[in-house]
Design a binder for this molecule. Sequence first.
Ligand code: PEP
Ligand code: MG
Length: 592
Amino acid sequence: MPESGAREEVRFRGIGVSPGIATAEAHIVGAGFEEPTARRIREDEVDGEMRRLEEALKITRAQILEMQKQIAAAVGSKDASIFDAHLLVLEDHVVLDEVVRDLKSKKRSVEWVFFSVLRRYIDSLRKIDDPYLRERVIDVEDVMRRVIRNLRGELKSEAQARAEQNPHVLLAHDLTPSDTATIDRECVLGFATEVGGTTSHTAIMARSLNIPAVVGLHGICGILKTGDELLLDGYNGLLVVNPGPETISSYERLKAEKGVIEEELLELKDTKSATKDGREITLSGNIEFVHEAAQVAKSGAEGVGLYRTEFFYMRGDKLPTEDEQAESYTKVALQMKPHGVIFRTLDIGGDKVCKEAAEEGEEEPNPFLGWRGIRVSLQERALFKDQLRAILRASGVGKVGLMYPLVSSVEEVRKANGILEECKQELLEEGVAIDENLEVGAMIEVPSAAMTAEVIASEVDFFSVGTNDLVQYTIAVDRVNERVAELYQPAHPAVIRLMKRVVDAAREHGIWAGICGEMAGDIVFTPLLLGLGFGELSVAMGQLPRVKRAVQSLESATCERLAEEVLDLGEALKIYERCVEVALQHYPELLK
Ligand code: PEP
Ligand code: MG
């Protein structure tokens, strides 16, 4: 809702999920595709509708040729040749003749006639058992939508085209992880969405890209337009439209202050991550893409504690082969030396939908409780083996570990380990160098896994607690739904007690326990997490220096006392307040 301000300046309040300040113009994206309705037309309108279609086909053809030219210049003509198939769809006379026939006989708007003819064509292609023809479904659907958008006049406005090339703040109802995986990092200075929560993958991506993001800005896409001047404040969850001179100068001051702290923190890069009394904490980084490994190496992190490999899958149209995965995993393993990298096996599902699955139209009725994480890998054995073999191949050149996501029982871990053993044997017989003793871990993200941690502990070398999911599954609160964002409380006593159980089980079995959920990067919780006994914190790159400074400011005994005390508290707010008090006593400057 608009807050207040000078005449032309309007403020909207949402939830700040990634810190920083961005000033740029708005670029609104992702209006969903709505199926056309069967509007009736008169006999004398038929010719006019035909002419509209011819014009839309001409425009579509020009757009596709332009895209083809741009892609050929950027990545080569081989990749650009995929658009040849799109052009062929536009010239398919069988389809176009049918459209003309239906238009005359059914007398409905050309959008609907074109849509229904193409739908029939797509349905018959889907039934043919030929991978080449099935792939064409995607092309035909893409062209169909483009033609209909052109018929509706949803052409890119000049403002939109300009905004896409200039630095901008991306505004959308929601951004899927695959949208964020393909954004142009040079141009996108921030994200603002109508929906989403602190641990939605859009928010995680923003933190990992180190750009400000605000979610929960209801109705914003209908109020603003592309080209509007914006100031996005990710610290306080504010979106300011047409910021006036006073607002701009106060934000410039804030930016300068924050800049000084950031610079000071950068100096910690080569220092040890240890408490005042010398307890060493492994501080590692979370990444989604290969190129981020270089940043981890530079930031002073001790390796990668969570590599979310599914983002690699969500980028393209087809699943990567074993060789393609091995190549990128090897690159990361080499870059991280002398430290290591922990590959989290595929965690498709939940709010991370693979393009290929989405295009197959297989919707999950309850995605976070459905076909996700290790469940997918165990059912799609060939896919899982490709990934395990690729990770094992990377283990031959660097220090590599792997962990399974969304484990809910020890049986899943045993099955996964059985397939891993099979892959090891195959590679050894093929004479490929691998690390036979690479560390294997289970992510603890589901209460059933936390409650049986002592059983799972005998099958693995480490635990990594995924608090983003552990919180959502423990409290039954959807992590991406801003309407229940207030209930999403990492300090909930049930979450803290489950975490304690996990650390205790790890200790009893002589394995290590870390955290790779977003809670690990929140410095309010650093004293509590150390006090509970976690030895590793894996955080987004932008948070790493702050967490290091927090660790260096603490004493183990203070942290242990805090953990003991809050384990007796029964309310999230009380636990949170105690954590804030301890954090403020030790590093007030970081919490400003
Ligand atoms: C988590 O759940 O805490 C986690 C690290 O995994 P993701 O956020 O990718 O689900
Ligand atoms: Mg998770």
